[in-house]
Write a protein that binds this ligand. Sequence first.
Ligand SMILES: [Zn+2]
Length: 250
Amino acid sequence: MSDPLAALLQLSHDLGREDRPFAILGEGNTSARLSDGRFAVKASGRSLGTLTANDLTVCDQKKLLALFAGENLDEAAMETALLDARLDPAAKRPSIEALFHAWLLTLDGVSFVGHAHPIACNQWLCSSRAGELAEGRIFPDEVVCCGPASVFVPYADPGLPLALAIREKTLAFIEAHRAIPRLILLASHGVVALGGTTQAVLAVMLMAEKAATIRFGAALLGGPTLLSPEQIANLVGRRDEAYRQRQLRI
Ligand SMILES: [Zn+2]
């Protein structure tokens, strides 16, 4: 799909499907990089599963990124700043999470971002063992879809504090791994999936949820067996897996 707004709507519907455990009511949000420093993001309070073109708000990326340098604004000032970032004054108010979307969409190769509250992932992330979900990889398809490692972000208040925490931990990840992450885990909150295509974002979300479910079962049976760093590196370098990623557009 060459129209990023149409692709973003499809991704939103895929993430918000009632038979998938990712988002209910107004949970979660999605975004797409557009040309000329613009991006589209879900409007505040809309449901992913039934999102329409009118529920997407096109924003000026620079205006939101400028907020990263300042003090945390009070709720009224932040609302004004979010409204001011819209290109069309008739468009709906962007989600407060537009801040972290604006920054993540500056990363190399990231054209789409999906954020949701998947149930199995959140069973881990809302527990005292939240950090374990980010430890290693447990099966090959998790490496293929979610990348060799995840970013883990301790709890931060929604809005600017969360956006700053995501930026800090993601930059540390990029420094350590010399790669852009595909999956960001937010303690006591949910997950963020990044990709160059909507298929990649959906694949990260589906596989992260499957891996969390399997990890939960493995934890009950004495603990998961983690793939070794060598096994993970081999999977990342395999030509057949690279071919499969291209076929799936992930
Ligand atoms: Zn959320």
